[in-house]
Design a protein around this ligand. Structure first.
Ligand code: ADE
Length: 239
């Protein structure tokens, strides 16, 4: 999987994704990441990339030409036009299924806006997906792009170790993950649940499933509407 990020702050992207699991995947070559500075494609000697909005109003608008120039540069070596994700609070809200779907692309381009947005004409020309990471407004698209790249990367085969990917996790079956415990057995008078020390695998699995169901019902009841539930799960929830 090859990620390209069109941004005014390439160092933010490189630093943000250069460590931990994404950093390891970059080193291994399982994923690649190129942060392209839109400013390098400014067509004027001052490298100016923004201007006042037509019609008036506060703030500045990122101009079409440098954004298009950066896009054309990354597209050059691709066999077919890539999907281009524009990060915006006006997009569809990002979720796990979207991460899984995008992880099947060979190339993905992320376009990060700043100021009061980007000239609509270049968005019409190149953007295929408008995506938001939640209903709040950030100062730019860099953090949302990093959030998406992190979530997509861990769905790319070979990025997680077997152990990491074998772990059941939040949102498989649309349920939240069960709680976890590690040593010591007693901490500040709090015991690890007895069943986890029993060595009885079937009981442990059942307990974990019930904790997932309970946790989802309490914290994210909205997820239960689309969760994949067995008859036994339903019975447990209605007890
Ligand atoms: N840019 C600013 N806020 C954003 C958000 N919530 N999601 C995606 N891009 C954004």
């Amino acid at each position: 999987m090859n990620f390209y990020v069109l941004t005014l702050f390439p160092e933010m992207i490189q630093q943000g994704l250069g460590t931990s699991i994404t950093g390891r995947a970059l080193e291994k070559g399982t994923i690649s990441l190129e942060a392209v500075n839109i400013r390098d494609y400014a067509e004027n000697k001052h490298h100016k990339v923004d201007d006042y909005p037509y019609g008036g109003g506060a703030g500045m608008v990122m101009q079409a030409a440098p954004v298009y120039g950066a896009y054309e540069a990354v597209k050059e070596n691709m066999a077919s036009p890539p999907r281009v994700v524009y990060l915006t609070p006006q997009g569809q809200v990002f979720h796990q299924k979207m991460a899984e779907e995008l992880a099947r692309e060979e190339n993905l381009v992320f376009l990060c806006g700043h100021y009061e947005g980007i000239d609509e004409r270049v968005l019409e020309e190149i953007v295929t997906d408008y995506v938001s990471i939640g209903d709040y407004v950030l100062t730019g698209g860099e953090l949302p792009a990093m959030v998406m790249i992190d979530a997509i990367s861990r769905m790319v085969p070979g990025v997680l170790s077997n152990e990491e990917s074998a772990r059941t996790e939040s949102f498989s079956d649309n349920l939240l993950e069960h709680p976890q415990y590690s040593r010591p057995e007693v901490w500040r008078g709090k015991n690890v649940p007895q069943v986890l020390l029993s060595g009885h695998h079937a009981n442990i699995e059942r307990w974990r499933r019930e904790q997932s169901l309970l946790r989802t019902a309490v914290r994210r009841p909205d997820l239960l509407e689309t969760a994949v539930l067995s008859e036994k799960d339903k019975k447990y929830l209605h007890e």
